[in-house]
Design a protein around this ligand. Structure first.
Ligand code: KG4
Ligand code: ZN
Length: 414
């Protein structure tokens, strides 16, 4: 089976073609192509993601990215298990002009005003007529920024009508869980089985929009047992980084500064709080930590130009990361015990952080259970994890009317 994955929940336009075979324990997959176009640089001027700009950019970029996706995966697609799968760019075989025009007309009233960039690009995408052999489309329905989510959903609906293939809505956070069970995203033609996570597992999801502890009772069976009461951990990284004068998204830059403090043995200029570390529940809170960084920055000695000294910035970045690390780790440990977890899954953009990964690996060792951490490609937002989640859905054609669901929870049924 060949699945097209579409992800536009935030500031990454992402598409993937994934091929799968088998089911249950013998399920295997291989990536034909997985592309991500980041808008981060554009949003850095606003210090965060600006939803309507994200929507416009997705609308402008997603069709050219789709074209590139099919060109990139052409060789593997020709050898795909489904013998009819093929893409012959610019050939006239495949979908008749009449059908293509009919699909465009049927979406004109709805989309030409709502999403003109996408609608225009789709109307001129002649390469779509020569594509056959896609078996299903998986698209992120939420959580995320609704204007941005709508772009992926609208494209998915148009392609579903054009190719007459079923559509599967995917929860973005479930994508982060499943993505961490993928041994590789390599596009070298090799087939992979998912890591055999022992259930129940505890998933620690740490991203720009979410911080959650999820009990994974089985593949696709989730229960949120802890979550942030205010800011997400990635958001706290980004806000603290901004206070230190670093550009958006600040997480990786702050981590770099913290590393320098460690290398140069620069001490912490202040002690930051470890929020909710001794609370009995599994919830998190990061807005107080961000405020403590703000106060520390205000009170800090400045150089003659009124700027923070480099040593202060490094020392504070390191202390911030230590506070985050100790907080996340203590909640993870409590979560393992509460869920009776037999394995740990970590997912979301912040899981790219090496210091945090190392700590979680030590915790897994302490509990003598396996840990599954995402590869670099899969830790950030991507469509491979969305295609994978779509592949693991049941085979039934979903009768749902798709809509963006900005606050959809991982344990909420469709
Ligand atoms: O999962 P993701 O790509 O997007 C959301 O769904 O939110 O997560 C993005 C977040 C940003 O806040 C970014 O600063 C953070 O992940 N991030 C990091 C690192 N790399 C990305 N935070 C800390 N250390 C990193 N190395
Ligand atoms: Zn994400």
């Amino acid at each position: 089976m060949i699945i097209l994955g579409i992800e536009t929940s935030c500031d990454e336009t992402a598409l993937c073609l994934l091929e799968t075979r088998g089911a249950g324990a013998s399920f295997e997959c291989r990536t034909l192509s997985s592309l991500v176009h980041s808008q981060a640089e554009l949003h850095s001027a606003y210090g965060g993601v600006y939803p309507n700009l994200a929507k416009r950019e997705h609308g402008k970029n997603i069709i050219p990215l789709l074209h590139k996706l099919f060109i990139d995966s052409e060789a593997l697609l020709r050898n795909a298990t489904a013998p009819e799968a093929s893409v012959e760019a610019h050939s006239s075989a495949g979908i008749a002009d009449e059908h293509f025009n009919k699909v465009i007309d049927s979406f004109r009233t709805e989309l030409s005003g709502q999403n003109p960039e996408l609608f225009k690009a789709f109307s001129h995408a002649d390469f779509l007529k020569s594509i056959t052999g896609i078996d299903r489309i998986a698209v992120t329905e939420g959580p995320g920024l609704e204007p941005a989510l709508w772009v992926g959903i609208s494209l998915a609906r148009m392609l579903s009508a054009l190719w007459d293939v079923p559509l599967f809505p995917v929860n973005h956070m479930e994508g982060h869980v499943l993505g961490s069970l993928l041994p590789s995203e390599a596009t070298n033609g090799a087939w992979h089985r998912l890591f055999d996570a022992q259930f129940p597992s505890i998933a620690l999801l740490i991203s720009g929009g979410h911080t959650e502890l999820v009990k994974v009772k089985a593949l696709r069976d989730y229960e949120i047992i802890g979550e942030t009461k205010d800011d997400a951990v990635g958001e706290a990284y980004d806000k603290a980084a901004r206070l230190l004068g670093l550009s958006y998204p600040g997480g990786p830059h702050l981590a770099e500064l913290a590393h320098k403090a460690w290398e140069e043995k620069i001490p912490a200029p202040v002690k930051l709080p470890r929020p909710m570390i001794s609370s009995k529940d599994l919830d998190f809170s990061f807005s107080g930590l961000k405020t403590a960084v703000l106060y520390a920055v205000r009170a800090a000695p400045k150089d003659p130009n009124g700027s923070l000294t480099e040593d202060f910035k490094k020392g504070l970045a390191h202390e911030f990361q230590e506070a985050v690390k100790e907080t996340l780790d203590s909640k993870l440990k409590a979560g393992i015990e509460k869920a009776g977890a037999r394995s740990i899954i970590v997912g979301g953009g912040v899981s790219a952080n090496h210091v945090l990964r190392k700590k979680f690996e030590e915790t897994a060792k302490e509990f003598d259970i396996p840990i599954f951490l995402p590869s670099r490609h899969v830790s950030g937002d991507n469509a491979l994890m969305i295609a994978l989640a779509g592949a693991l859905h049941s085979d039934a054609r979903t009768p749902v009317v798709l809509r963006a669901q900005g606050t959809k929870r991982i344990d909420e049924k469709s």
